[in-house]
Design a protein. Sequence first.
Length: 323
Amino acid sequence: MKAVHETVGARLESPGFIRGEEVKDDAPSVHDEPKRIRWPSERHPYAGQSAVLATKHAKLPLIAPPLARAVGLSIDAVAVDTDTLGTFSGEIPRTGPPLETAIRKARLGMQAAGLGLGLASEGSIGPDPAMPFLTSDRELVVLVDDNAGIVIWDAYTSYDIVAATTTARPGDDLGQFIAEADFPVHRLVVRPNQGPVQPLHKGVDSRAALDTAIAQAAAAATDGCARIETDLRAHACPSRQPVIAGAAERLAQRVAVRCPSCSAPGWGCVDILMGVPCDWCGTEVDQPRAEIDGCPACDHQEVRALVGTDATGDPGTCPVCNP
């Protein structure tokens, strides 16, 4: 799998944790101030604890095992309607950023199960922000601990994602598209290309069902065409599944590490310090020089150097030497 391991919980969002006072949500379990609790130092605080995973699309086998191995956390799934927060097929738009949406998903499950500890994931699939000519799948997994007033999260990005789309009329040759879409291993969504949203066929997994869906969608479309695209829901899109598992593994690694000051779980990189002097002229080039590790439960942070004090940067990336 072609993947990018993100150094920080997110370069596009906030660091890999959120303290209670920073989590803004309408759920009654949100704390206006972070809870100050005593974290046990002799054992991991989540060992033997129970949490709930909010999922509608069979993510439990992808997310639960890494956390069970790393910290002994027991996770059960609860089937809540996470589609209310947005769908890949677009009939319900996602109104918030991925992290906020994942937190809301987790709390839907926590409220349904009556637990103060929950998980959820959220994926973003589309043109990569840094390389728009590539399609990326960025999966984010959160652990929401309303008992302690913290949220810990991490993410994983892959370019090895099947996300095909085309338009067709009934009877068109779809051989090339079917190969590109890895159909029926990857299921499809079919809808009118223009005009009404319905009929919307999800989870199409056979050629007979595909032909029927195209005929119905094309008949309803104002341009007589059906739009066909990969069904990006986790249970219908096998190429998403290892990316979600990768994000869960990174989250598990973060949760397993304890703060050296207060012993809270979730210690890890929260920011990157950029700037290394150019080898030719000394101008700072855009290269990481250190990472800042931080705690989700207290203000303790430590700077960890990535390069030596005498390190220099590539003149080819210097704005002066190579403008």
